[in-house]
Design a binder for this molecule. Structure first.
Ligand code: ATP
Ligand code: MG
Length: 247
């Protein structure tokens, strides 16, 4: 397998709606190693979700190069090996979690018995075992986040791309998700995730990238980023200083 799970070079993306133009990304470079947990942080509107949509082939870059495990995002084999948790868990709510996951599993062509076992395992893992056959229209925001996380894992992906996975989760569920992410890393998976929970990002990430106004400000381990700064400085205070200077 390729050593680099994600390579992005000089990514540009502009949204054009009518007369309005938003230059969301202005030359972003990323390199995520295979087996790494990579945290992606930045203020609202920085371009995190746009970057993720480019990685997934949902949006096509205006300029720049992208490769996931050495292949284009649109490649069928690439898609087979990626799991994606969107920013907003916007699923058809007149289904149960089991029905939704069955639908996704079928899209990936997962054999029936294996799929059944995997769905049971995943719903237990995310803490939805007891409501696995309840209509999702009765679910809270956090419960939908958990469904969405299970959905991202249905194809046993090598690369997980998670857009604010812990948003709306209670502290116990957050801790559980951190543990699951670390367990996935231990089995050789790569995790790329965006978040506003900086203490959490600092806890789990091997490396972190800070994006602001479509440009990367810094990339490195928490230790690298905070190295040389006042002792005891957290990623949050580093981030606030760095972003605050630019607002
Ligand atoms: N569909 C769209 N049409 C026009 N502009 C858009 C669209 N989606 C995003 N943008 C703009 O692109 C920029 C980057 O947005 P993006 O959603 O990538 O930010 P983000 O870092 O994910 O923010 P957040 O932390 O709030 O999720 C913002 O200025 C936003 O207004
Ligand atoms: Mg976003």
């Amino acid at each position: 397998m390729q050593q680099q799970a994600i390579i992005a070079k000089n990514l540009y993306y502009t949204y054009e709606t009518g007369k309005n133009k938003v230059e969301a990304l202005k030359g972003v470079d990323l390199s995520v190693n295979n087996g790494e947990i990579f945290g992606f942080i930045g203020p609202n509107g920085a371009g995190k979700t746009t970057t993720i949509k480019l990685l997934l082939g949902i949006l096509i870059p205006e300029k720049g190069e992208l490769a996931l495990f050495g292949r284009a995002p649109s490649n069928t084999e690439t898609r087979r090996t990626i799991g994606y948790m969107p920013e907003i868990a916007d699923y058809y709510r007149y289904l149960t979690p089991v029905e939704l996951l069955t639908m996704y599993g079928n899209i990936f062509g997962i054999e029936k018995k294996l799929l059944h076992e995997r769905i049971n395992k995943l719903l237990k893992l995310v803490g939805l075992g007891e409501v696995s056959n309840r209509l999702m229209r009765t679910f809270s925001k956090g419960m939908m986040q958990k469904v969405s996380f299970a959905q991202a894992l249905i194809n046993d992906p090598d690369l997980l791309i998670l857009d604010e996975p812990t948003s709306g989760l209670d502290p116990v569920a957050r801790k559980k998700m951190r543990e699951v992410i670390q367990d996935l890393k231990a089995t050789g998976k790569t995790i790329f995730f965006s978040s506003h929970e900086l203490s959490e990002v600092e806890l789990v990430s091997d490396r972190i990238a800070i994006l602001n106004k479509g440009r990367l400000l810094a990339v490195g381990s928490a230790k690298d980023l905070l190295g040389g700064k006042a002792e005891g400085q957290s990623l949050e205070s580093y981030f606030l200083n760095m972003i605050g200077e630019r607002i």
